[in-house]
Write a new protein. Structure first.
Length: 258
C-alpha cells in the first residue's frame, strides 16, 4: 500500500507538477504534503475508486468537491455512506489513497454506532494510520461526538494514553484540544481545562515529540482562556519531573505567554 512517499512534496498548489496532481487525483499516489492533499480533485478520485456509483451520487460529489476541505471530505463520505453503507468503510480503509481512507474516517463519524466506545474502536485503526493526513481526519471526524459526550470521551481516551503507539497516544490529546484546528471549540474545556488532566498528566513526559507537540498545543490552546492555570500546571509538572520531554512540552505550552 502506497501510504507514504519519499519524495519532497510541494508546499504550494501552484508548485505541484501536473503528473503528480493527476496521480493524486487518480488514487495511485499518496499525498506528501497538506498542499497536495488539498489540491487533488476528489470528484475524479471518487470516480476512480468507485466507478460503479450511481449517476446521482457522482453529481452530488461534483457539488461537494467545490466546498471547503472539511465539507468536501464529509460531504463525499456522506455520499459513499448512503450508497454503500457500513461496507463502504471497509472498502475505503483498504485503498492506497490517503484521501479515500480519510473518507472512511468521516463515515465512521456518520455511522450510528450504539455508543462512544464502539465509535472509538472503529476509528482506532485510522488514528494509527501510517499517513499523517488520515490521522488528522480520524480525530476531526469523531470530535463532534467526543464533545457531546465529553466525560465519557475523557474516560475512554485516558485508556489510549497507555497505548504502545505514539499515534494513538497523540490522538487522545489532539482529539479534544480546547480550540483545535479546523473545528469547533470545546467550550467546557476552555472554561475548565482541568477536566482533561486524566489524559494530559500521563502524557506529560511522553518520549515521542509527536505526542509532546500535541500536549503542548493543548496547553497553548488552554492558555488563551486560562493562562494562570497553564502556568501552574507547567510549574507543577516541572517541579516533580525533570525530564527533557516535560521541559520541552512546557516551553512550547508557554510560548505565547509573557
Amino acid at each position: 500500500m502506497n501510504t507514504t512517499t519519499q519524495r519532497k512534496g510541494a508546499t504550494r498548489t501552484a508548485d505541484i507538477p501536473a503528473d503528480i496532481l493527476a496521480a493524486l487525483s487518480h488514487g495511485t499516489l499518496a499525498s506528501a504534503t497538506l498542499a497536495e492533499g488539498l489540491a487533488l480533485d476528489q470528484s475524479v478520485l471518487l470516480r476512480m475508486a468507485f466507478p460503479r456509483l450511481p449517476a446521482d451520487a457522482l453529481e452530488a460529489a461534483d457539488t461537494a468537491s467545490q466546498l471547503g476541505i472539511l465539507k468536501r471530505m464529509s460531504g463525499i463520505a456522506a455520499i459513499l455512506y448512503k450508497a454503500l453503507g457500513e461496507a463502504g468503510i471497509e472498502q475505503c480503509q483498504a485503498h492506497p489513497s490517503d484521501t479515500v481512507r480519510g473518507w472512511a474516517c468521516f463515515m465512521v463519524g456518520l455511522h450510528p454506532y450504539p455508543d462512544l466506545a464502539s465509535r472509538l474502536a472503529a476509528i482506532r485503526i485510522f488514528a494509527d494510520d501510517p499517513h499523517f493526513g488520515v490521522r488528522e481526519w480520524s480525530w476531526m471526524s469523531v470530535r463532534p461526538h467526543l464533545a457531546k459526550q465529553l466525560p465519557h470521551a475523557i474516560e475512554h481516551l485516558t485508556e489510549w494514553t497507555n497505548s504502545s503507539s505514539a499515534n494513538q497516544r497523540r490522538f487522545a490529546s489532539e482529539a479534544i484540544r480546547p480550540r483545535g484546528v479546523w473545528c469547533a471549540h470545546i467550550t467546557p474545556l476552555k472554561q475548565h481545562p482541568e477536566l482533561a488532566l486524566p489524559i494530559l498528566t500521563p502524557l506529560r513526559s511522553d518520549p515521542s515529540p509527536y505526542v509532546q507537540d500535541s500536549v503542548a498545543n493543548w496547553l497553548n490552546d488552554a492558555a488563551k482562556d486560562q493562562a494562570d492555570w497553564v502556568r501552574h500546571i507547567c510549574a507543577q509538572w516541572q517541579q516533580h519531573n525533570t525530564s527533557e520531554a516535560t521541559r520541552r512540552i512546557c516551553q512550547r505550552a508557554l510560548r505565547n505567554l509573557k
